[in-house]
Design a protein around this ligand. Sequence first.
Ligand code: NAP
Length: 353
Amino acid sequence: MTNLNTSAPILVTGATGYIASWVIKNLLEQGHTVHATVRDLNKTHSFQHLTDIAAKSTGNLQLFQANLLEEGAFDAAMQGCEIVLHMASPFVVTNYKDAVKDIIEPAVIGTENVLNSVNRTASVKRVVVTSSIAATYGDAIDILNTANNRFDESHWNTSSSPEHQPYPYSKVAAERKAWEMAKAQNRWDLVCINPALVLGPSLTKNTQSGSVEVLLQFANGMTLAGVPAMWNGIVDVRDVADAHIQAAFNPAAEGRYIISGGTLSLLEMGKILAQHFGRKYPFPRNQLPKFAFKAFGPLLGFSRKFVELNMGYPIYFNAEKSQRELGMHYRNIETSLVEHFQQLIDDGIVKKR
Ligand code: NAP
C-alpha cells in the first residue's frame, strides 16, 4: 500500500461493538476523522459513549446507519475513505435461535456487501477485516495436527459447519470470502486480524459480545458444579484495538495476524477470579470428567460431538508474527480477566456480592 493520506476519513463498521469502540477511541484521540456505521441510528444509547469520547478528542466522528444484510448500505459511509475497518459481525456463542440467519448470513453476506462497496469506492486502499482465531481451527482436537502444538496463520478451520460450531463457521466463511474478493482485484489490499477470546474493560455497557457471555457463565452459577477441561486463547481488548490500528496504517502489514496474549483453561480462569473476588461468587473449583460433561452437556447446549472434540485438548497460539510485524507487546491476560469482571460488577451486569 502506498501514499496513504492519513487525513482522509476512516470507516469502522459495527461501531457500537466492544472491540470497535476501543478502535474508534484510539483513532479519535489520534485526531482522525472516523466514519462509524451503526445498525440503528435511533438507538442513541448504543453509541452515546462514542459521541462522548469524540467530544473530548481532537478527532471527528460521523455516524452512518448501515445493516450488514443490505446491499449498498455502506456506500455513503465509505465515501472518501482510504482505510476500511470491517468489524461488524455477530459474536454469539449460545444465545441464538437460527444459526444461519442470526450468525452466518450477517457475517458472510455482510462481508460481501462491505467489500462490494469497497470495489465501488475508488478511494479505498486498505481493508482490515476482524476475523478470529476461530478461522484457524474448528475443534480443540485439531491441535494434534499442528507441528509445534500451536495454531498459526497457516492454519484454517476446515471442520466447522452451520450445524457444528456455527460461530467459528461464520468467521472462517467470512474470512475466506474476504480473501477471495481481495484476490480478484488489485486496487486495495486486505489484512485480517484473528483475535483470541477478547477480555478487558469495555467502553460500553450495551454490547452483546460473546466475551461478556463467557464471563457471565462464571457469575451465574453455571460453572459451580465444575467446568470442562477446556482452554481459551485470550487477549486484552486494548491490544486487539492496537493491532487493528497497526494493521490499518503500517504499509508493510500483510496477510493474517493471530492476536493472542496467552492461554488459560476454564478452571484457571475460575481460580484467578476466586482469588480476586472471593468465594462469594459461584466460581468453579474443579474440572468435570468428560463422561459427566457428555451426559449433561446437551442440557447446557453442548452436543456430545462438541464435548468429544473439544474437552481435554489444551490449545495454544503462535502470535509471533504480530509481535514481529505489528510491534505487539501483549498485556497480562490474568489482569484483563480481573478488570473485565470488575467492570461487569461496577456496571451492575454482575450482581455485587
Ligand atoms: P459486539 O460488541 O457484539 O459487536 C458486534 C457489532 O456487530 C455490533 O456493533 C453490532 O451492532 C454489529 N452487528 C451485528 N449484526 C449486525 C447487522 N446485521 N448489521 C449491522 N451491524 C451488525 O462484539 P465484539 O466482541 O466487539 O466483536 C467484534 C468483532 O470481533 C466481530 O467480528 C467478532 O466476530 C470479532 N471477534 C471477537 C472476539 C471476542 O472475543 N470478542 C474474538 C475474535 C473475534 P449492534 O450494536 O446494532 O448489535
